[in-house]
Write a protein that binds this ligand. Structure first.
Ligand SMILES: [Zn+2]
Length: 441
């Protein structure tokens, strides 16, 4: 009998240990800070905030230093602008002169073409003269040959003919002399004509030479004009160079100032990056600090809204081993008072139970069946506004919170059962961003 009792006690102890173990596993995702840790984090946040202030001061100093150069930068830039305007004017002037020079070059080219044409004409005329001289020489040659032939064909002189006293031969002689004279006259005429042609060509050549001389004079004139324009251009180029040198000098000064300003900006950006990192660190520490009181609903069962549809809700008691037994749900309240607050179904479903009375300590309570083995319990209600079998939508009011049953103050006890087992509702409810818990695990 005694051993049986001991055995029974052992079994109870084992069950209790198992329950503690189960309750323990639910606490894994929640980290509670000790006061020392909390103080440490708060001190760290203060330190980082002080560093950020220092960084901000540095940035202000750097910005102030950089802004000292604003005046210098704008005055140097203005000077550069003025000089650049001057350079632009010189460039315009030079472009106009270049156009004039191009026009002169075009004129010179066309005159040179003309001279080339004339030289070609001269060449042709020279060829003609040569030809005519050749003809003239040939005519003389023919005449000489004829005269020689007539002498060689018989008595060569009138005296010889007179001495022969032969009338017939003398007559023939006279006829030949006459013929020779006529031939000579004819040849002479040809030669004269040839000489006339040669003279004509010579006149033409002289005319062409005159034209060439005039054209050459024109080219000289144009060359001189071109030289004048080039001198003018050089003047402009030289003047432009003076301005360009001045601009380069000022640009170099401006570059120096800008490199200082850019260096200051870079430093300022580094400090800003440090501030950003430190602000992130503060956020992280603040998150750690808030973790003590804040539980992030994972919503892994999906789509469950908070059963008290208010922004000022909190959890006064968690799903945990409490008062020698498992607290099979959470107790949730409103900071502004829970009595009479609306209670809503966390998901679409059908009313399974709408119980009025003691309810085994639950008081007035409602059970909603959401299908797929999911049931939700709403207990200690002051009022129930639904009846069994009724379909409800998510967020639909099913009653009002109260203090009925085994309860010591108005609160909503909310239980979640999945496939016959109680589970921690905080792992499934969507409490918006965060829900405060006044009760630690
Ligand atoms: Zn409870």
């Amino acid at each position: 009998m005694l051993s049986k009792t001991i055995n029974k006690s052992k079994k109870v102890l084992a069950l209790m240990l198992a329950l503690i173990f189960i309750a323990g596993t639910f606490t894994i995702s929640v980290y509670a800070l000790t006061d020392a840790e909390k103080q440490e984090y708060e001190q760290k946040i203060e330190d980082i905030k002080a560093q950020i202030e220092e960084n901000k001061k540095k940035i202000e100093e750097l910005d102030a230093e950089a802004s000292q150069y604003d005046g210098t930068v704008s005055s140097l830039q203005e000077k550069i602008d003025v000089l650049q305007d001057q350079i632009d004017l010189y460039n315009q002037e030079i472009a106009i002169i270049d156009e004039d020079i191009n026009k002169i070059d075009t004129q010179i080219n066309s005159i040179e073409t003309e001279i080339d044409n004339l030289n070609e004409q001269v060449k042709q005329l020279d060829e003609q003269v040569k030809q005519l001289e050749k003809e003239k020489a040939k005519t003389y040659e023919l005449l000489g040959e004829r005269i020689r032939a007539s002498y060689m064909s018989g008595a060569s002189t009138p005296l010889e003919y007179l001495l022969t006293s032969d009338d017939f031969e003398f007559q023939a002689y006279l006829e030949r002399v006459e013929l020779l004279q006529r031939i000579a006259e004819h040849d002479d005429k040809i030669v004269k004509e040839l000489e006339k042609s040669i003279e004509d060509i010579a006149v033409k050549l002289t005319e062409i030479e005159d034209v060439k001389t005039r054209l050459a004079a024109k080219i000289t004139e144009l060359d001189e004009a071109k030289k004048e324009y080039e001198a003018k251009k050089q003047e402009q180029v030289d003047a432009r160079q003076v301005v360009q040198d001045a601009e380069d000098e000022i640009q170099a000064d401006l570059n120096k100032v800008m490199s200082i300003v850019n260096g200051l900006d870079a430093q300022s950006q580094e400090y800003q990056a440090a501030i950003d990192k430190r602000e992130e660190a503060i956020l992280e520490l603040e998150n750690k600090l808030s973790e003590k009181n804040v539980y992030y609903g994972s919503g892994s069962a999906g789509d469950m809204c908070w059963p008290l549809p208010y922004s000022d809700v909190y959890v006064s008691s968690r799903f945990k081993f409490r008062w020698g037994k498992q607290h099979n749900g959470i107790d949730t309240c409103r900071w502004s008072g829970t009595e009479g607050a609306d209670v809503v179904s966390v998901k679409d479903g059908t009313i399974e139970v709408a119980n009025w009375g003691w309810g085994g300590g639950y008081g007035n309570y409602v059970v909603v069946n959401h299908g797929d083995g999911v049931l939700t319990y709403y207990a200690h209600l002051s009022n129930i506004t639904v009846s069994p079998g009724q379909s409800v939508k998510q967020g639909q009011v099913i009653g009002q919170a109260g203090n009925t049953g085994y309860s010591f103050g108005a609160h909503l006890h909310f239980g979640l059962m999945i496939n016959g087992s109680w589970v921690d509702p905080l792992k499934y409810l969507d409490g918006g961003s965060t829900i405060q818990c006044t009760d630690s695990l």
